[in-house]
Design a protein around this ligand. Structure first.
Ligand code: NAD
Length: 302
């Protein structure tokens, strides 16, 4: 069997087009657009490139975008004051602080200072709690898990009653996606197992999965023989395994691999996400969706 590829790059385009159309409609009817601020402290090259992509995408879908770059030596107090300013700014509906922050700043304190109603990353404890309760309580599901669920749903994979196995229990991927898949409602209603470094028999659990979501950060961790024939495999892992010269630009670029042995797994699975081009493009897309949602909550529209 050759699995159907779930391409994040294609799903991203569909969703961004939907967002662009909705933003134009809201602008015409209500005279406002979603506002997203990204706060970048210092000049970490990876962070600079993530923030640039977020701002570029926000611009593309018609948002007001503010890129607020701060020096590496900004004090915690100054950063908290900046967040307070954006919390009070009515033209801003989403506040994103790019992580990691320099060591002299308490990351938790900073994230917790963001107004939960503008926390479009979904990391504030209030939003984590809302996600746990589920249903109408959920405001901003964290972006990577939200992207994973969207990919599964848009690919037409049945989730109700499905055995979902999540490899990894991080706060940004494993735990939230496990929680989302077990909720009552469309795109969920699954029976969920979470496995991690202390799990006795990883293979046993993976083999039972109708939907296998892997977020471990270990290249090739999931072996092809652990995959149930016809299963949907979502590979969240992004691992740098070397470098190559890009044919397009002639520059050195990283060789990326997922947590699943893709070439062998695609012959067994029913659906599979590639790395790169799978889950990766969905994260920023869902950030845009959350920022649009934030404005809609403010306007009291669905
Ligand atoms: P993390 O390191 O915080 O968590 C990894 C989890 O996997 C841990 O809970 C650990 O128990 C489990 N794990 C690790 N090795 C294991 C093993 N050998 N057996 C069983 N369980 C094991 O990582 P994270 O932030 O959740 O990210 C996981 C991967 O997903 C990374 O490769 C990361 O780069 C990628 N990621 C991608 C996106 C995206 O595409 N947008 C977003 C977030 C993370």
């Amino acid at each position: 069997m050759t699995a159907k590829l779930i391409k994040g790059t294609e799903i991203r385009e569909q969703i961004l087009e939907e967002i662009t159309a909705e933003v134009a409609q809201i602008k015409e009817k209500h005279g406002v657009v979603p506002g997203l601020v990204t706060i970048l402290v210092g000049e970490n090259p990876a962070s600079v490139s993530y923030v640039t992509l977020k701002i570029k995408t926000a611009h593309r879908v018609g948002f007001k975008e503010v890129q607020d770059n701060q020096p590496e030596d900004i004090s915690e107090e100054q950063l908290l004051a900046l967040i307070d300013k954006y919390n009070k700014d009515d033209s801003i509906h989403g506040i994103l602080v790019q992580l990691p922050l320099p060591k002299h700043i308490d990351e938790k304190k900073v994230l917790n200072a963001i107004d939960p109603d503008k926390d479009v990353d979904g990391f504030h404890p209030v939003n984590v709690g809302r996600l746990m309760i589920g249903g109408d309580e959920v405001k901003f599901p964290p972006c990577t898990p939200a992207g994973i669920q969207e990919m599964i749903v848009r690919s037409g994979v049945e989730t109700s009653g499905a055995e979902v196995v999540v490899v990894g229990r991080s706060n940004i991927v494993g735990k939230p996606i496990a929680n989302m898949m077990l909720q009552k409602g469309p795109g969920a209603n699954s029976t969920v197992t979470v496995v991690h470094t202390r799990t006795r028999d990883l293979a046993y659990h993976c083999k039972r999965a109708d939907i296998l979501i892997v977020a471990a950060g270990v290249p090739g961790l999931v072996k092809p023989e652990w995959i149930k024939p016809g299963a949907c495999v979502i590979d969240v892992g992004v691992n740098r395994v070397g470098e190559k010269i890009s044919e397009k630009t002639g520059k050195k670029v990283a060789i990326l691999r997922g947590d699943v042995d893709f070439e062998a797994a695609k012959e067994i699975a029913g659906y599979i996400t590639p790395v790169p081009g799978g889950v990766g493009p969905m994260t920023i897309t869902m950030l845009m969706k959350n920022t649009l949602k934030s404005l809609k909550f403010r306007l009291g529209i669905d």
